[in-house]
Ligand binder design. Structure first.
Ligand code: ADP
Length: 498
């Protein structure tokens, strides 16, 4: 038997192992650990940044540089055009050409050169065009501008002699003495940024490698740190699931995890309470069931062996059996009632009734007790009020309160049932001058199966009475409570809203 269970265990462990998916597969099936996920997301982010940097470097840098250059030329052109009519000595042109390293040519409509300012030296195609090529380039640009129907055009060219790229810019100038028109031509070289780019690229390779390695390590570290509290909580939860109620959930880290730990600790405490209560409940019930059963058996045996022929003794013993059977059925009934109430299966039969009548009814039930046992049960009524509730259930609550008062009042035997009319409710109180309840125990009296210190057996009770009252009053949504002072007595109350 032992061997088979051992081999079974091995088999299960094997099966578990076999079922465990690989880390990579886990990613795709969505079952990887939080560490892996956090790490993966960080790495994706790093790769994204690197790709973006490279993309920018390769695809956008040259274009970006070119459009920046064209923007600058445009600005320079605007300055020249603005000054065209006033600046007859071409001072502006000179300054602009010098500041921006440009070659500036201004021609009239027929193509005759008015101004030539070259700051590009021998690199300038435009100045060579004007001096050596009889303005071929200029005419071509002029035609293109006229065809384009725009205010200006730009054109990138490659200087065949120097392997240098440049930009031509051509715009019309509208002069004050219209309809005369002039043309502005600007040339700028696109400085070879290739060497700069290759330096940056080389650096970028280093940066990529370093960044990737660092990201790999740092994100691994971060992901472990992020996931550690959750991993810890999971471990603790596993131990808790195995029945170790002494565990303590410890978040230590982030607000959310701290909150989760707090919630789990609360839940654990509640579960522990329930578990303790269950154990206590079973112990109590079995104790309370066993005692009457023992009595029943003992007295039945006594009748069989001794008192069977003695009618007086027999009647006495049979009465004990009947009392114990009552006690048993009482306990079972209370348990059934409580479980019904707690499971929410109890339906309330709400009716309107008079509070005065209800309390008077209750008093009649205790008449015999008053007369025979010398209890002084006083009933103080206020102005009559009509209220709505389940009258039978309210009876049950009042009886329970009065029965408890009778049970725990001691020798004093004075019990007070009071009706107090409040503004929007009627309060019903049951007070006794018994031994009272200590401050520590007071919050527990309405708990299921709570009984004060080992209650003497002659005090009838199951420890369920007050928890049944609590459930009934909770079902009605009525306020209820208890005031008590040790040695002075207790007052149990509830309020029926009007
Ligand atoms: P029981 O069947 O033991 O009376 P209850 O649920 O009615 O069960 O009461 C729970 C416990 O509350 C009692 O065991 C007792 O210790 C305490 N208790 C209830 N009513 C009184 C009271 N009027 N005076 C003192 N203690 C009380």
């Amino acid at each position: 038997m032992k061997r088979s269970s051992k081999s079974e265990g091995k088999k299960q462990a094997k099966a578990r192992k076999a079922k465990k998916p690989s880390a990579v597969k886990s990613f795709f099936t969505g079952r990887a650990g939080i560490t892996a996920y956090v790490w993966l997301y960080f790495m994706i982010f790093t790769v994204f940044i690197l790709v973006f940097m490279w993309l920018f470097q390769y695809a956008f840098l040259a274009n970006y540089y070119r459009s920046a250059k064209i923007r600058d030329i445009n600005k320079a052109a605007n300055k020249i055009i603005d000054a065209y009519d006033t600046d007859r000595e071409s001072r502006t042109n000179k300054t602009v050409a010098y500041d921006n390293s440009l070659c500036i040519v201004i021609t009239d409509e027929a193509g005759n050169v008015e101004t030539l300012e070259n700051n590009l030296g021998s690199f300038s195609q435009l100045s060579r065009d004007v001096t050596e090529n009889y303005s071929l380039e200029i005419f071509q640009l002029k035609n293109e501008l006229d065809d384009a129907d725009e205010n200006y055009i730009t054109k990138v060219y490659k200087n065949p002699d120097f392997e240098v790229k440049g930009i031509y810019y051509c715009a019309k100038i509208y002069t004050d003495d219209a309809p005369k028109q002039a043309y502005l031509f600007i040339e700028s070289t696109i400085e070879p940024i290739d060497s700069t780019v290759s330096i940056i690229r080389e650096q970028l390779i280093y940066i990529t490698v370093i960044l990737f390695e660092m990201a790999f390590i740092v994100t691994m570290f971060i992901s472990m740190r992020v996931s550690r509290p959750i991993v810890n909580i999971t471990k603790t939860a596993k131990r808790f699931g195995e029945g170790d109620y002494e565990v303590e959930f410890d978040g230590k880290g982030y607000k959310e995890v701290d909150e989760l730990s707090e919630v789990l600790n609360d839940a654990k405490n509640e579960i522990r309470k329930v578990s303790d209560l269950r154990k206590e409940l079973i112990a109590n019930i079995s104790h309370d069931l066993r005692t009457p059963l023992t009595m029943v058996k003992a007295y039945a045996e006594m009748i069989r062996d001794l008192s069977g022929d003695n009618p007086v003794k027999r009647a006495e013993h049979v009465q004990v059996i009947i009392d114990e059977a009552d006690r048993l059925s009482n306990l079972v009934n209370n348990l059934l009632e409580l479980s019904k109430l707690e499971s929410g299966n109890m339906e309330l039969n709400i009716k309107e009734f008079s509070v005065n009548d209800k309390l008077k009814d209750c008093m009649t039930r205790y008449q015999l007790l008053i007369e025979q046992n010398g209890y002084d049960i006083q009933c103080e009524l206020d102005d009559d009020r009509k209220v709505k509730a389940d009258p039978d259930k309210i009876d049950q609550v009042i009886y329970n309160f009065i029965n408890n008062a009778i049970n725990y009042t001691g020798d004093n035997k004075v019990i007070r049932l009071r009706q107090i009319d409040l503004d929007n409710a009627v309060r019903i109180e049951v007070s006794d001058n018994g031994k009272g309840i200590s401050k520590e125990l007071l919050p527990k009296v309405f708990d299921r199966y709570y009984r004060g210190e080992r209650v003497k057996r002659d005090v009838v009770g199951t420890g369920l009475g007050l928890s049944i009252c609590k459930e009934i009053l909770k079902c009605h949504d009525f306020a209820f409570g208890v005031r008590s002072e040790e040695g002075k007595g207790s007052t149990f109350w509830f309020e029926i809203p009007l």
